[in-house]
Design a protein around this ligand. Structure first.
Ligand code: SF4
Length: 348
């Protein structure tokens, strides 16, 4: 897949755009003044593989949270609305990236001051346009938050920063409507070369939220658009990170760790395939090495269907076959399948 060519910016040591791997980010959701809870959550996100952490900075006390989060060792993004002084303070406190819309901070001198603070420390700015927060004049022009309206709003914010020679920009155009969000990013991708932060906003929780994000982000990523992603879920942010990596994996942009290829089972299945698949998934969680493991319900189609897998099993009647790259190794009784599969995986 050809990725869209973009400018490269750096959030701390992490490159965004310019051919860098698509990064997965999340946002802390503990109360901004509860530093302990935020730190705990940030470390859990790090353990889950999160690459960029964003934190809300609603007031000056929360600026100290940015300082505290530096110990996590990941790039920290300060999320700021309206107050340019908070942005400057957050940069001074060590934020690696700022999320702020320059059109909302009240005048050129303030934009200039934020741009200067970010330039001095090499800190990029993400302009985050949401369909719900488009300027009134643009809304009047388009009648509703259409993709064109979102693009125009984003480019207006960009213009304000460019005026002060600031060009380390990342843009997001979030909407809770998936098709609007896809069209908006496509339009913007054709109009500028800034890296794009993808997200479906207010996606909801559970399966609905994950599917909305997967469709929106997946449609863009498979067309080469998108440089960093956030899956927004009304849930534990660790789940956002897990979903983010699975979306990247499905889009062919991430290959680390174990990928389970398992069949949906059918009338031919004569072993507890669902239980076995869950057990294997649990045991192999956290492994970084790229590995495809097939768990198939029957020997008729199993090894053939999972030819691409490094190792796998195909169930029979109270027994199963272990196979490697589609080639059968041996037959094993059902109660030994899990252990023998694990033993084979150890050998890889
Ligand atoms: Fe059915 Fe076998 Fe296909 Fe699984 S692999 S769905 S058991 S035919």
């Amino acid at each position: 897949m050809e990725r869209r060519v973009t400018k490269k910016v750096f959030a701390g040591g992490l490159a965004i755009g310019g051919g860098s791997p698509v990064s997965v980010q999340s946002m802390l959701c503990a109360p901004a003044h509860d530093f302990e809870a935020n730190l705990k959550q940030a470390f859990r996100l790090k353990d889950a593989g999160c690459q960029i952490i964003r934190a809300s900075v609603p007031d000056f006390e929360a600026v100290r949270l940015i300082e505290a989060l530096k110990q996590v060792g990941l790039p920290i993004v300060a999320d700021i609305h309206f107050d340019y002084k908070l942005a400057i303070e957050a940069v001074a406190a060590g934020a690696d990236k700022i999320r702020i819309n320059p059109g909302n901070i009240g005048g050129d001198d303030r934009v200039k001051a934020v741009a200067a603070a970010c330039t001095a420390r090499g800190v990029p700015i993400r302009i985050g346009v949401n369909s719900g927060s488009i300027e009134n004049d643009i809304l009047e022009k388009y009648g509703s938050p259409t993709p064109k309206a979102m693009c125009e709003s984003a480019l207006r914010h960009v213009g304000l920063l460019n005026k002060f020679n600031f060009d380390d920009i990342v843009i997001s155009l979030k909407s809770s409507d998936v098709t609007t969000m896809i069209s908006a990013y496509e339009m913007l991708a054709a109009e500028c070369d800034y890296p794009l932060h993808l997200g479906v906003t207010e996606a909801g929780s559970g399966i609905e939220g994950i599917i909305k994000s997967a469709v929106g982000l997946g449609a863009l990523l498979t067309r080469g658009i998108g440089d960093t992603i956030r899956v927004s879920l009304t849930d534990d942010p660790v789940k956002e990170v897990e979903a983010g990596f699975e979306i990247l994996r499905a889009a062919g942009l991430y290959n680390d760790g174990v990928q389970i290829i398992s069949c949906p089972t059918c009338g031919r299945t004569k072993i507890d395939l669902i239980g076995l698949s869950e057990k294997v998934k649990e045991r192999l969680k956290g492994i970084k090495k790229p590995l495809k493991v097939a768990i198939m319900g029957c020997a008729v189609n199993g090894p053939g269907e999972a030819r691409e897998a490094d190792i796998g099993i195909a169930g029979g009647d109270g027994e199963g076959l272990i196979f490697k790259k589609g080639k059968i190794l041996r037959k094993v009784p059902e109660d030994r399948l899990f252990d023998e599969l694990m033993a084979e995986i150890e050998k890889l």
